[in-house]
Design a protein around this ligand. Structure first.
Ligand code: FES
Length: 138
């Protein structure tokens, strides 16, 4: 990990939903990561459903959760928050893409060598591009 600055404080990571941070790959591709706090630890996944990977689990206002699982709002896939395993829905059996983070002294650090931290909050999106934020139900 190049950047030893914390992404955010542990207290800023919700237990009932998720918050978004932005990361960048070595190919300068920006991605969103969702963070969720559970039992004093933080779990992080790429903000991408495994049914249609351009669809975020957290659309910017925190992921919907039911009984410890994230619910994709588009077609109702359920993902265990701690394992990323899809237990129900069109991508049942798939796993969310994990991102390595660590909690130290009350702060959350990105420790995944595949990504660099960019900032907190959702990526800026083109509001005319409905593919990334669509709530279309099928
Ligand atoms: S895009 Fe998430 S369940 Fe279809």
């Amino acid at each position: 990990m190049e950047d030893r600055s914390p992404m955010l404080s542990l207290g800023a990571v919700p237990t009932e939903t998720t918050t978004i941070v932005q990361v960048e790959t070595a190919a300068n591709e920006e991605k969103e990561v969702i963070l969720h706090r559970q039992n004093g630890d933080v779990i992080a996944w790429l903000n991408a459903c495994q049914h249609y990977r351009h669809i975020p689990i957290d659309k910017g206002e925190g992921a919907t959760m039911r009984n410890g699982e994230f619910v994709c709002q588009n077609h109702g896939a359920y993902f265990e928050a701690d394992s990323g395993h899809c237990t129900f829905g069109p991508c049942e059996g798939a796993y969310l893409d994990s991102v390595d983070v660590a909690v130290e002294d009350g702060d959350v650090y990105l420790t995944d060598e595949n990504y660099d931290f960019v900032g907190t909050g959702p990526l800026e999106t083109d509001e005319t591009d409905l593919t990334s934020t669509s709530n279309v139900e099928f």
